[in-house]
Design a binder for this molecule. Structure first.
Ligand code: BGC
Length: 350
């Protein structure tokens, strides 16, 4: 049986024919990926009864992915995920100015970040892996160096979506890639995710200023609404009178993950359906975004509107504004080096 099926998805305003790739595993779990933005437009997961349902937010109309995806639904985010203060950084004594697409700041690679690019797709023979490549030109969105990026999406027979990223550059540059699916394990996208329980393997998080740029010191999660060391329902503390939560209308913060190397970042659990998602990564942080700025403008795939908090992003990554913070782990990529990182979204039932 063919494990990856390809079909036409839509045509961009620039006239590019975008394809849709459907990867199916032996259990019948499916992921649908388009080569525009490397976007996961659908991903199914089983409930306790073994019923597979779509668990990621997306648009109903294909064209909306091309023109309206300010939410970054399901996309690969690059060249630099999260915010860079004032859209500015320096590397080896040279200052670089990036596209400011989030007030004064640069967010998720800019208006024309990787989520808007047409990627070259290849089906890896005899596998459940889709390979996507994109060459970002020197100077694109203000970044130095020609960056060649490859992303491998693999759907395993153990019901995991594995994302492996690789990149090389011809000049020193900065890089921070992530994936921006909004999960809603209920399978009903008109419902808020506040009834989901979340667990994050982190003792500390990064407080933000009024424009969501890191403040100077990391903060312990203990005795704050940011304590997810044990499973906790999202509704429990999200509306607490807390300056950090008020600044973001909910959770939109980076947690400093415990440990190094490939390890568990945390889990999301929906008790009603039994669906559980475990996130594994080798990255230092995870941005947890509770869909605070979903604005009800679009119909969801299961009816109703894409209202606030109807999806949650679990974005594994380096810390926001790293290029401007000497104390944060380096995000520089030099010629001759290979950037490589992996994140696994593992589904199960409990
Ligand atoms: C960011 C949010 C931003 C959102 C846009 C998230 O990754 O952390 O601040 O509003 O993306 O969809």
């Amino acid at each position: 049986m063919e494990k990856i099926k390809v079909s036409d998805f839509g045509i961009t305003q620039e006239g590019d024919q975008i394809k849709k790739y459907i990867v199916t595993n032996k259990n019948g779990m499916k992921v649908e990926i388009i080569n525009y933005g490397g976007i996961v437009i659908s991903l199914t997961a089983p409930n306790r009864k073994g019923n597979y349902k779509d668990v990621v937010l997306g648009f109903v109309n294909p064209e909306d992915y091309f023109n309206e995806n300010s939410y970054f639904f399901g996309a690969i985010i690059g060249r630099f995920a999260n915010r860079i203060a004032h859209g500015k950084f320096s590397l080896n004594g040279k200052i670089f100015n990036l596209n400011k697409n989030n007030g004064e700041n640069h967010l998720h690679g800019g208006d024309n970040g990787f989520f808007t690019k047409v990627w070259t797709a290849e089906i890896v023979p005899n596998s459940q892996t889709l390979k996507l490549s994109y060459i970002s030109k020197d100077g694109e969105e203000g970044y130095p160096g020609e960056l060649t990026t490859t992303v491998f999406y693999t759907l395993t027979d153990q019901n995991a979506l594995e994302i492996y990223y690789e990149a090389t550059t011809d000049q020193p540059t900065i890089i921070n890639l992530t994936h921006h699916s909004y999960f809603n394990l209920s399978g009903d996208f008109s419902k808020q995710i506040v009834d989901h329980e979340l667990q994050i393997n982190a003792e500390q998080f990064i407080p933000i200023n009024k424009s969501s740029i890191p403040e100077n010191d990391f903060k312990n999660v203990a005795e704050t609404p940011f304590d997810f060391r044990n499973f906790k329902a999202i509704w429990k503390d999200i509306d607490t009178k807390n300056e950090q939560l008020q600044r973001a209308n909910g959770y939109d913060h980076c947690w400093i993950l415990n440990g190094n190397g490939m390890r568990s970042a945390g889990s999301l659990y929906h008790s009603e359906t039994g669906r559980k998602l475990d996130v594994w990564t080798d990255q230092p942080g995870i941005q947890v975004y509770s869909g605070n700025f979903l604005d009800g403008k679009f119909e969801t795939k299961t009816g109703g509107k894409n209202n606030p908090r109807t999806g949650i992003c679990l974005e594994t990554q380096h810390f926001p504004d790293s290029p401007n913070r000497d104390s944060f782990p380096s995000v520089e990529l030099k010629p001759g080096e290979i950037y490589s990182t992996k994140t696994v979204y593992q589904f199960s039932v409990k």
